[in-house]
Design a protein around this ligand. Structure first.
Ligand code: GLY
Ligand code: MN
Ligand code: MN
Length: 459
């Protein structure tokens, strides 16, 4: 945990930003995998972690802004809990550890909210992503379950985003650690990638390091010879000479900050000449994008710059043609680069996505595109100093998409379809790093993770 003053300061700024009313923040509960008592590993809600730092199931809190009073709701452990789970701190001890003065039993949460509502106070809540919390909020706030998300407090969402999207120096230390654990995972996987090895063995190796050095995975491992499937969780193939293997995985460190790194390496000891050509385009898009990032730059412009680099690179090797600016404006590049350049990262791998992508990533000056490809860009607006984001361009050869566009005669002026038949089993290449935005530039978090062709081949 950070110091209790850190959490108290965060809550006090939240209350100040809201100005009035009561804020209800629900922690997560244990969740059954296949029956109630066989639970998924517990993962606390990230906003609850941010404001309270408490990594225990079944907690909730009310910040009464008008009375300047924060109450933590939770059970004291009974002897049965201690027999099964070992010594557990009581609710008062938990509250003290994060600077909260008042505690209450969870059964009184509903009555406290009812009393606040009856007194005419507005109750601010966040959009839940777990059904248990959604149902609980519906009952406590006396609204239909389906209304709970849409009636979430925009003022509270904006206030939470304002704080969580600017990382403190202490958070950067944690995020750097998460990337360094993730670095160890990637180096082990690149070293282990050779013909005859199963994808599942490499995925297991990555997970072993994540659990040994941190709190496990920040998201399920993506690792495949079929890197053209963007989120490929199938690990059933045995690697063969000549293939590429794309690995997109990251650890969460002991404070639950996420790393989200992608590397692509050859199964053989070196890249083929065509693999090198395409890898070099992705690498240029990634490195130039990172160089372009700083406070005040719109991330959507960096995305479009990366799309232009990819388009011009593909033109040089004869896969695209025509005017590159027109190709990018019309979205022809999305045949090869059909996703966004990156997203916020922090306590969540796609940080604060539960609070609403458009509120987080766009504003009145930057509207979300509805074009295939660019519409998946989760973050478009101006970057701020203290943002931590990913930069993750890629080039993919998706046979089904190639066939569909070709049959529709789509972008015949920009795409050399006849050259793509030979590339339908190429796979995909993505390179992803996590960067901190600063006033005049950006910096990659963590120790360098090999990504130059020669360095990867050496590994
Ligand atoms: N790991 C998922 C992503 O890069 O967004
Ligand atoms: Mn990723
Ligand atoms: Mn990512």
């Amino acid at each position: 945990m950070f110091t209790k003053e850190t959490y108290a300061q965060r809550r006090s700024r939240l209350a100040k930003d809201l100005g009035s009313g009561s804020i209800v923040l629900l922690g997560n509960k244990d969740l059954g995998m296949n029956y109630a008592a066989n639970t998924y590993p517990f993962r606390q809600d990230s906003t609850f972690l941010y404001f309270f730092g408490l990594d225990k199931p079944g907690l909730a809190a009310i910040i009464d802004v008008d009375q300047n009073k924060t109450t933590l709701f939770g059970h004291d452990p009974g002897i049965d809990d201690i027999v099964w789970e070992g010594p557990i701190p009581g609710i008062k001890e938990l509250a003290a550890s994060c600077g909260v003065e008042y505690t209450a039993a969870p059964e009184s949460l509903s009555a406290t909210i009812l009393k606040a509502r009856q007194s005419g106070q507005s109750i601010h809540h966040l959009p839940p992503y777990r059904f248990e919390n959604q149902i609980m909020l519906a009952e406590m706030l006396d609204m239909p379950v389906r209304a709970v998300k849409e009636r979430a407090s925009e003022a509270l969402i904006r206030a939470v985003m304002a704080q969580r999207s600017i990382k403190s120096a202490a958070e950067i230390v944690e995020m750097t650690e998460a990337v360094n654990i993730t670095r160890a995972m990637h180096i082990a996987v690149m070293q282990g990638a050779k013909a005859g090895v199963k994808e599942a063995e490499l995925a297991g190796l990555a997970q072993q390091i994540a659990y040994a050095q941190g709190k496990g995975l920040a998201y399920p491992v993506i690792l495949s010879k079929d890197g053209q499937t963007l989120h490929n969780h199938y690990h059933g193939n045995t690697l063969q000479e000549g293939q590429l293997v794309l690995g997109d995985f990251g650890a969460q460190n002991s404070m639950y900050y996420a790393g989200d790194i992608t590397r692509t390496c050859p199964v053989s000891s070196s890249f083929t000449s065509l693999q090198k050509d395409i890898y070099s385009i992705v690498l240029k898009a990634e490195e130039d994008s990172i160089r372009a990032c700083k406070a005040g730059i719109k991330y959507k412009d960096v995305h479009l710059m990366a799309a232009t680099i990819i388009t011009e690179g593909l033109q040089q090797i004869g896969l695209m043609k025509g005017d590159s600016a027109a190709a990018v404006e019309q979205g022809a590049h999305a045949l090869f680069f059909p996703h966004g350049l990156g997203h916020h990262i922090g306590l969540d791998v796609h940080d604060m996505e539960d609070l609403g992508e458009d509120l987080l990533g766009y504003d009145e000056n930057t509207k979300r595109s509805n074009q295939f490809g660019t519409r998946y860009l989760r973050l478009g607006k101006e970057l701020k100093s203290g943002n931590v984001i990913t930069v993750e361009p890629g080039i993919y050869f998706i046979p089904e998409l190639i066939d569909q566009w070709r049959s529709e005669g789509k972008f015949n002026d920009f795409i050399n379809y006849e050259r793509l038949d030979a590339l339908k089993s190429f796979g995909g290449i993505r390179i992803e790093d996590n960067i901190l935005i600063r006033a005049e530039d950006s910096v990659i978090l963590g120790d360098p993770i090999p990504k130059q062709i020669a360095d990867i081949e050496t590994l």
